[in-house]
Design a protein around this ligand. Structure first.
Ligand SMILES: [Fe+2]
Length: 269
């Protein structure tokens, strides 16, 4: 199991710079995974009450397809006024009015007149076909937007999974959690210098991963790092408990520290 988890992590890193064939396969896999999280919802379960921590599932499904089309098939770019615009319209008339997460406030996503599921599935399938064709016809150095859409869709796959959990829906499929070796043992965090962030090596990265910089762990000679701002310095050597974190325990720990759990929830994208 541990090796299974390690191979999954390695595959995720490799996808940042994968070539056309691997990328095409990964995009198809992400598309199928997105649908697999939603496929067994009943008609009633598609309609959810407003909640600040999730998106309506129909909106989120359409948004993922829209994002893929926006960046890959519509050739989005930043114009001279630093506006993100496209060179061609969507194949789904009205898509920008419904699914642009930068313009549609979170609270408004519950009351949009978005198309029915069958129409959105046709749209998502057509977008995938177009993206795959575009990837197949691209040079290796033209794949940044396709890699962006891959990681974006995977991110929304996770969001859809916790949408189900938030609403008390059962898991969409059997989920196996790899066992931890030496659970409840402590993990030693030694002093030293580590690199935080992604290296500037041409592979895909999200904006908030740019760029790797030196960070100091306790006990390290950090004099040469003081000119690099910001960096974090851990004041002393740490030992952390190796343990699964379940939601109930996390909420108790947060409240014990005077923190409202809801204040730590990420804003929806
Ligand atoms: Fe998004």
């Amino acid at each position: 199991m541990a090796s299974e988890l390690a191979s999954t992590q390695t595959a995720g890193i490799a996808a940042r710079s994968s070539g056309r064939l691997e990328l095409e396969r990964a995009l198809t896999d992400a598309h199928e995974r997105t649908w697999s999280v939603l496929a067994n919802l009943t008609p009633e379960q598609w309609h959810v009450p407003y909640h600040p921590g999730i998106n309506p599932p129909l909106w989120e499904f359409g948004h993922v397809a829209w994002f893929n089309e926006w960046w890959v098939l519509r050739d989005a770019y930043w114009n001279a006024r630093e506006e993100n615009v496209t060179r061609r319209p969507s194949m789904l008339s009205g898509a920008d009015r419904w699914f642009d997460s930068g313009r549609i406030a979170h609270v408004d996503r519950w009351t949009l007149d978005i198309p029915p599921l069958a129409e959105l599935r046709d749209y998502a399938n057509a977008v995938l076909d177009g993206v795959r064709a575009r990837v197949a016809a691209s040079d290796e150095h033209e794949l940044y937007a396709s890699r962006l859409t891959l990681f974006h869709e995977d991110m929304h796959g996770e969001a859809l999974a916790y949408m189900r959990q938030t609403l008390g829906y059962p898991p969409p499929f059997a989920i196996r959690v790899p066992p931890l070796s030496d659970e409840h043992a402590d993990v030693d965090i030694p002093g030293g210098v580590f690199m935080q962030g992604a290296p500037d090596d041409g592979a895909f990265v999200f904006d908030n991963e740019k760029w790797a910089r030196g960070n100091a762990r306790a006990g390290a000679d950090v004099a040469h790092l003081r000119e690099q701002r910001p960096f974090r310095r851990v004041r002393r050597r740490r030992r952390l408990r190796r343990s699964r974190l379940v939601v109930g325990r996390w909420v108790r720990v947060a409240r014990g520290g005077g923190i409202r759990p809801s204040s730590l929830l990420a804003q929806r994208c």
